[in-house]
Design a protein around this ligand. Structure first.
Ligand code: PGA
Length: 256
């Protein structure tokens, strides 16, 4: 079911199969429209099924990644590339090893960089040199973060180093054997970098995201809920499952 709330298109998928299909199709449509698209990818549990579907579409010849340039949103810092929880590994396992993207066109912040400030600056320069993002896939943290832009006093513009909030460390501890193994820092695209994308696909599933989706899409625009800045974007699709949409349903029903 599709709703229009101001600038925002909200697509509520009836089940996970539809969610994954719709998400993959949005990315496919972008690449088919512009084969040399610059695409920003997200990690986390939410996009895994979408990426699986996208790999199937690539395998069946319906989308070609040969000319695509990718930039990932973020990476833990410090982390070794071969750490099973690095976002480098996540992307290889969940998408890049299964599609015909060219390895030299894949960009992920380097969690092993000796000079992290320089790594952030050079990542931002690469995004600029690529002409910024045509399309950005985004997840949302239960605390409202996008990328690893955590709630705080102000919106941070460019790619930068962050200290993760305890809530994020807790959320992500499920992926690590021991919560104390979760890195405390990360490199993330900034809010301005993300907002530079010509089109944004925000993905959220599960009741754990219901409250933050309402705050992000219909609450005050505030750095305390970094995703709320997305209300200012002119080409945003929020793809939700019914659980993540639960708290906005009364608003959406009032709109139609
Ligand atoms: P999740 O993470 O998909 O694992 O819920 C989303 C995020 O933290 O951005």
């Amino acid at each position: 079911m599709i709703y229009h709330a101001g600038n925002i298109v909200i697509n509520i998928a009836p089940d996970m199969a539809a969610f994954n299909k719709d998400g993959a199709r949005s990315i496919m449509d972008q690449i088919n429209k512009k084969p040399d698209s610059v695409v920003g990818f997200a990690t986390g549990g939410t996009p895994v099924g979408v990426y699986k579907e996208l790999a199937e579409l690539n395998k069946s010849g319906r989308v070609d990644f040969r000319s695509v340039t990718s930039f990932n949103l973020d990476e833990y810092y410090p982390i070794k590339r071969d750490n099973p929880q690095s976002y480098y590994r996540f992307m290889a396992e969940n998408l890049f090893d299964h599609v015909n993207i060219q390895p030299h066109k894949v960009n992920i912040p380097n969690g092993e960089a000796a000079d992290v400030e320089e790594e952030c600056a050079s990542y931002e320069r690469k995004i600029k040199a690529a002409g910024y993002l045509d399309f950005q896939v985004l997840g949302i943290g239960s605390n409202g973060h996008i990328g690893f832009n955590e709630p705080g006093g102000k919106f941070q513009g460019a790619t930068h180093l962050v200290t993760l909030k305890e809530s994020t460390v807790k959320d992500n501890a499920r992926f690590f054997g021991d919560p104390s193994d979760v890195p405390r820092n990360a490199i993330t695209m900034g809010i301005k970098t993300i907002m530079s994308a010509k089109k944004i696909l925000l993905l959220a599933t599960g009741s754990v995201k219901a409250k933050v989706i309402k705050e992000a899409l219909f609450g005050d625009i505030t750095p305390e809920v970094p995703a709320s800045v997305l209300q200012l974007h002119t080409n945003l699709i929020a793809l939700l499952d019914t659980e993540a949409a639960a708290e906005i349903m009364p608003i959406l029903e009032g709109l139609s």
